[in-house]
Design a protein around this ligand. Sequence first.
Ligand SMILES: Cc1ncc(COP(=O)(O)O)c(C=O)c1O
Length: 343
Amino acid sequence: MFDLRSDTVTKPSKDIISSALTAELGDDEYSEDKTVNDLQEYCAALLGFEAGLFVSSGLQGNQISLLIHNEPGNEVITLHDSHIKNYEHGAASFLSRIQFRDVEHKDGVPDLNNLELILKKSKVHKPLIKCLTLENTHLSSGGSIVPYFEIDKINQFAKENNLYVHIDGARIWHAIIEDPANQNYGEVCDSLTFCFSKGLGAPIGSMLLGNKEFISKAREYRKILGGGMRQVGVIAAMARKALDGREELLNDHTKASNVYLSLESELSKSHLISKITYKGTNMIFLEINTDFNPLIFINELYNNSIHAGLINEKTVRLVFHKDISIEDLEEIKKQIVHSSSKF
Ligand SMILES: Cc1ncc(COP(=O)(O)O)c(C=O)c1O
């Protein structure tokens, strides 16, 4: 079975698991776990922030940021199809008690005119807006990279309007690997979360980054949310090992682009698929014609050894990752074409 549902399905390699065995440990509740401390400092320095906090998941990092940047009743500007709004089990309303306001966007880049309008409208009667969230890479538009210069522009606008900017950078390394000259994210946002378990191959863990004051508050919220951990260096060591292999993400982009280029013309002839999208990272989206039920296609793929995911009511997602080899690609293409030809 080729599992293409997500890049979260990867299993840690022997090298990654072995790194846990020699990790220097301590009680992280007292900030005494050297492996965790080193990882936090390393990640903060890599991305140009003052400090970092190892958290259990991307969701935990995102939600802690919302808790810090907002007060109950505030409105948070986000993309209508962002992960933080749509795929976090309603955590933002449950924990921060905020509501979201959608900004128009193209491939994850918010429209500045629309942003201006939202802020103008918010002056009277409307909730206070103190925070804007971005997502890089942007999952719902197909894993598209939000260019660094666009983030910089949005952040400058945000600062002129007293807004905090949080970046859900679950897959930030997919963006950085394509644009390595621009990784100083501390310059263009107030906080950022990235995941060690999406594509990089670690089993658990995410990093939350910000300034020292932000991270010290984040430590308190992490505790409140039950995310305080003890000898967690065993996990942090695996996260570091996975991060050290980040160059390999480029292979995943190559695999996705290879499959896309081979199948684009073939699949666009199919009655089943109305659109095939590849946005330059590790995902391919197949939009299913409204006449068909995507679940039946997913089932057919499954019967032909392709485990695909559904990203919304009509879009099937194929995600390429380190546990899919270049040698697997011919068989994957053959089975996708075969499955789609049944409709
Ligand atoms: C864009 C994005 N943000 C945040 C998350 C949440 O990460 P986690 O599953 O570690 O909570 C995900 C998970 O897939 C994601 O794709």
